[in-house]
Write a protein that binds this ligand. Sequence first.
Ligand code: ADP
Length: 524
Amino acid sequence: QFPFGRRLPCDIYWHGVSFHDNDIFSGQVNKFPGMTEMVRKITLSRAVRTMQDLFPLEYNFYPRSWILPEEFPLFVDEYQPSFIVKPDGGCQGDGIYLIKDPSDIRLTGSIQSRPAVVQEYISKPLLVDKLKFDIRLYVLLKSLEPLEIYIAKDGLSRFCTEPYQEPTLKNLHQVFMHLTNYSLNIHSGNFIHSDNVNTGSKRTFSSILCRLSSRGADVKKLWSDIISLVIKTIIALTPELKVYYQSDIPAGKPGPTCFQILGFDILLMKNLKPMLLEVNANPSMRIEHEQELSPGVFENVPSPVDEEVKVAVIRDTLRLVDPQKKKRKDVQQHKECYKANTRYNYFVCCRCQTLENVPEGKEEALETGPAEEEECEGSRGPEAGLPSLCLKQVFPKYAKQFNYLRLVDRVAALFIRFLGVKGTTKLGPTGFRTFIRNCKLSNSNFSMAAVDILYIDITRRWNSMGIDHKESGMCLQAFVEAFFCLAQKKYKSLPLHEQVASLIDFCEYHLAALDEKRLVCGRG
Ligand code: ADP
């Protein structure tokens, strides 16, 4: 806190809640602009849905979801044994309830006034000691461009406090049986605080893995699936995050870089398939818990489980974003970018605008692997003596297996190019027309009048969903919908992801030709 203003710029700014701070022009901030908005229940569901439309099998780790109020008519026609209703923007289990019949949805206060996500309820979770539990994993998004993701090797397992039964009309309301939130279960008389990381109502994830492994479970495959879930979820979030980023930190102007610790909440199904429940932009980093010593008298006491997991996450985050290390790494990365090899695919390294090499893709299990480059350096340098890193790099380490999913990122790059005035997040009608014209998408079958109608129709619908009224114009999700529409029109018989990929190639080709022409004219 700086009551009289900050005197000197800092290397690292650690904010409590969100990115906003207009006085930062250098250094690193521990929040990304727009992250809090992106991980809200509705926005996350929409972002994952877009990816499910393109790659249904790859994104089947997120429960089927309906966004209320818009999708209420679709939802009431659904048949599922049970659903879970979650108010948008809620946390810690607040306002969540289970229903068996879509018509049981509580319309009190009207769903218009409290938008929500309804999900298929995962009714066969993996149980330990007959109890349902979820996993909180800590993930460091170290950089958006280029994408760098780290996962903590250990996390927390948070247990329910009543033995689990599949939902029936009788037990539907028993939150201690169905909801794993610590903030709820702490109020159950059955909650067990334990000094041991292997027992009690909050344990380390590694202790669960040990137990599963001793029962013969394929723990390596489970980790591989979890890493894949985390990378794919972040790939779903990055397009919109980039729109927020360019709006708050315009390219070419002095500004900080960002990193962020995210909390991933994951439920394991009975068959060990991990399912994403939600992503937290501000995961609790408390290493104490409140204990009622005598009625009404509370005291904060250390929580060994939280301490074991969270201290390592914070320590490693600071080590990874260490400004001195960053300088050394940038120099090294710059050198590597120049190495050319015809056996490799290539893409543009955004930091130095040269071609970066990526080995040809081949299937391999994903693991949180052996010591990273950073650790080796640490053992010689100023970090000698510190424990080895608990945060393991998974991206770009596994980039070659996931880059094909990053189609919407490329659509977002087109969107950002046509946004025009820096600082905006929505595309105006002129920007959309310029996009169509420059990418040569208008022809005798698709007139500019039809382009305007497409723009108005889609923009009006997205704006009526009441997402963000601060700015007028077309948001990224609306642009993505329009782009998919154009792709389906142009490449009729292909699967959607191929249609979209073909249209992106087509647009990028025409824009590159235009840039080339402008360069030649400029030189002339
Ligand atoms: P909150 O942000 O309020 O904690 P969550 O989405 O994490 O909301 O849901 C709260 C709890 O409800 C989770 O910790 C989990 O135990 C349970 N839960 C959430 N979604 C599902 C689901 N689709 N199937 C089964 N249980 C779920």
